[in-house]
Design a protein around this ligand. Structure first.
Ligand code: TGC
Ligand code: FAD
Length: 396
């Protein structure tokens, strides 16, 4: 048999033929979302980032129509897709912008998942079908001004009054979708431990001012949540969980999506640098003909392909039901670091043009600074993996 010739220029974006690891229906769904991002997001997202806006109604409807909201959940209008499909969707959305993937992650993994996993039948019926369709938007309130990496130190509290109603007081910080949400899943300390509350955002005493002056994730809404004697009915609590296991289990879902999403952002930066280097001429030749540029491009390609393999492997483990939280940390930590390294170096391949939002690279680079910090900082994931391999807790 003749030796295959191997990858050529047209294979530059999938050098190791990682598509051969995917089933036909996975590729079809992935390509549908890729086309959506290319047609409806990429031409506009630089301007959204410049203006600090995000057309959430339009995006929510489109994502609802494509079945992307809560897509890995079963029933209640959700698509019941595999974990791998959910990961592939995150990869394509984040190739557009991390803010787009954040919107979908928060809706599906952080707001819908706890209602689906721990909610009452009434809570599920009330919220999940509308959230899956994109006609109701959710947010997830765990982080507080003084309680970030250590959420168990939260001060937000809910106390039952004589009628059995809950009275919620406190504040959450850095909450994606906060000001545009119809419902907030809020984690608060109670006499029985940490409980989750389903809080309609029009409840008196609830407010969600938008956080301004961000230089990262500008095409995404980030907010504070303030609770001033917010009175909630007895059945606003999620009945299925009463410990930190509740919020932390939601984070596993969203972190898994980020392990895929970051690869998309890294891939978009590599693709942009590769195209630019082929067209830009200096010293009478394309800059892609310089050995030093080729070394950078090959490094980007290698890193993105390695990240893809890690993500696909985690996807298969999750679908087999064997993926543990420390393995999710491996994917989130490694792939976000990888994407940030690629983005920073790709930015410089574009020279001065690389500092403008005419090209996607500096936008991805700035976004990835948030992704590096949220859903467990790089250091927190290091310590989670350190604990897994040594058996020692080094958090304090
Ligand atoms: P610890 O004492 O270890 O455990 C408390 C309970 O939780 C259980 N548990 C988990 N369960 C499921 N999945 C996990 N990953 C779990 N980790 C712990 C544990 O078994 C125990 O259960 P039980 O039933 O015995 O009570 O917990 P700890 O409080 O010491 O926390 C450890 C630590 C530091 C790892 C955790 O606090 C942590 O992950 N910190 C990072 C905080 C974080 O990631 N925040 C993210 C906020 S949301 C966000 O950033 C959204 S960005 C969204 C976007 O726009 O995309
Ligand atoms: P800190 O916890 O104060 O950490 C500061 C530094 O100290 C970090 O480098 C950290 O790694 C390090 N550090 C902390 N503890 C240790 C330790 N034990 N050992 C070594 N180093 C340590 N939260 C939500 O609940 N919902 C959301 O929707 C949400 N969306 C977000 C959107 C954006 C754009 C951003 C930026 C954040 C969002 N967050 C959200 C908050 C995010 O989860 C927190 O920012 C994150 O968990 C870190 O908390 P912190 O910012 O308070 O940093």
């Amino acid at each position: 048999m003749a030796t295959p010739l191997g990858p050529k220029a047209e294979d530059a974006l999938d050098f190791l033929a990682t598509d051969t690891l995917l089933a036909d229906d996975e590729i079809m769904m992935r390509d549908t979302i890729r086309r959506y991002v290319e047609d409806k997001i990429n031409p506009y997202v630089g301007e959204w980032f410049d203006d600090g806006t995000f057309p959430h109604e339009e995006v929510a409807k489109a994502c609802g129509d494509m079945g992307l909201l809560g897509m890995h959940l079963e029933g209640y209008g959700c698509s019941g897709s595999s974990a791998m499909m959910y990961g592939l969707a995150c990869m394509e959305l984040e190739a557009g912008d991390s803010g787009l993937r954040s919107f979908v992650s928060v809706q599906g993994s952080l707001a819908m998942f706890p209602i689906w996993a721990y909610g009452s039948e009434e809570q599920k019926q009330e919220w999940l079908p509308r959230m899956a369709a994109g006609t109701a938007i959710g947010c997830f309130g765990l982080t507080e001004p003084d309680s970030g990496s250590d959420p168990s130190s939260m001060r937000t509290n809910a106390k039952a009054d004589a009628n059995g109603d809950w009275i919620l007081n406190g504040a959450k910080m850095w909450i994606t979708n906060g000001s545009i949400a119809d419902v907030a899943v809020v984690w608060a300390m109670t006499d029985e431990g940490v409980r989750g509350f389903v809080v309609p955002t029009d409840t008196p005493g609830f407010s969600a001012p938008k956080i301004e002056r961000k230089v990262s994730l500008r095409a995404s809404v980030t907010s504070e949540l303030i609770f001033e004697d917010v009175r909630l009915p007895k059945d606003a609590v999620l009945p299925g969980v009463s410990s930190m296991r509740g919020p932390l289990s939601c984070l596993n879902e969203a972190r898994f999506g980020i392990a895929f999403g970051a690869v998309g952002a890294g891939r978009a930066c590599y693709e942009s640098a590769l195209a630019y280097a082929g067209e830009r001429e200096q010293f009478g030749v394309p800059i892609s003909s310089f050995q030093l540029t080729q070394q950078r491009l090959v490094d980007f390609m290698t890193k993105v392909q390695q990240g893809t393999l890690v993500a696909y492997h985690l996807g298969r483990l999750k679908d087999q039901g064997t993926l543990g939280p420390a393995q999710v940390s491996f994917g989130k930590r490694q792939n976000v670091r990888m994407a940030l390294e690629v983005a920073r170096e790709a930015r410089s391949v574009l020279g001065a043009n690389g500092i403008t939002t005419e090209y996607p690279v500096v936008r991805h680079m700035n976004n990835l600074e948030s992704v590096y910090t949220y859903e467990g900082t790089n250091e927190i994931h290091t310590l989670m993996m350190g604990q897994a391999i040594t058996g020692q807790n080094a958090f304090t």
